[in-house]
Design a protein around this ligand. Sequence first.
Ligand SMILES: C[S@@+](CC[C@H](N)C(=O)[O-])C[C@H]1O[C@@H](n2cnc3c(N)ncnc32)[C@H](O)[C@@H]1O
Length: 234
Amino acid sequence: MDKHELPFIQDMFESIAHRYDLLNRTLSLKQDIIWRNKLVQTLDLSGNENILDVASGTGDVALAICNEYPSIHIHCIDFSLNMLRLANQKIKVYPHTSIFTACADAFDLPYPSEYFHAVTMAFGIRNVVNKQQLLRTLYHHLVPGGQLLILELTLPEIIFLQNIYLLYFKKLLPMIGRMISKNNFAYDYLPDSVISFPTSLDFSKMMNTAGFSCVKWLPMTGGICTLFVGKRPD
Ligand SMILES: C[S@@+](CC[C@H](N)C(=O)[O-])C[C@H]1O[C@@H](n2cnc3c(N)ncnc32)[C@H](O)[C@@H]1O
């Protein structure tokens, strides 16, 4: 796993899991809900397909999808048991949904290839070192014609907005993050990881290189979050 992932990522999520949802809502001023809903609206499904949510964390993407598609089958994988425990607690409240969780590494998925009609990943790929290899893995697990949707935190491209955002992101956000999560490292790492994420154009080229077609991206909230969409050709 180490060659694909920074060695501290798994422990970091284990340690902040109990405060993850609260911090998401607080630090994004609840925009994270809007971003996940946009991902759901962009899914092109009839309603009873198999979906894979990679790096599912506390299950918010899966629950947002089920809200729109109640008969869908969603397989959530994450390598943090603490995040998955919280996901399971939330999923239990909706007993009629078909959401299944599994503790697994995104690079070693416990599913056959060409199995999923859509693969989603929200705020996870930024933490992955070998993004190109992960994109190829996800490609192989999609049926021909299947969709990949990736949500990621990005930097506004307009320099003026970027400067204001960086002020918040590098100064205020780590302070609030440290206070609420009691983790001194995670919310210092967050801005650094966003700053080093490829530009949207470069990331879309990586998706093309992995085999995806019709790649497009949609910046949201001034570009602080971007939805990337691609299709495995038929
Ligand atoms: C920022 S959280 C995102 C959670 C969720 N998708 C959301 O929308 O809030 C990133 C998640 O990715 C998981 N993760 C990171 N790398 C992973 C990998 N290689 N395999 C499985 N899970 C991974 C972490 O454990 C963490 O739960």
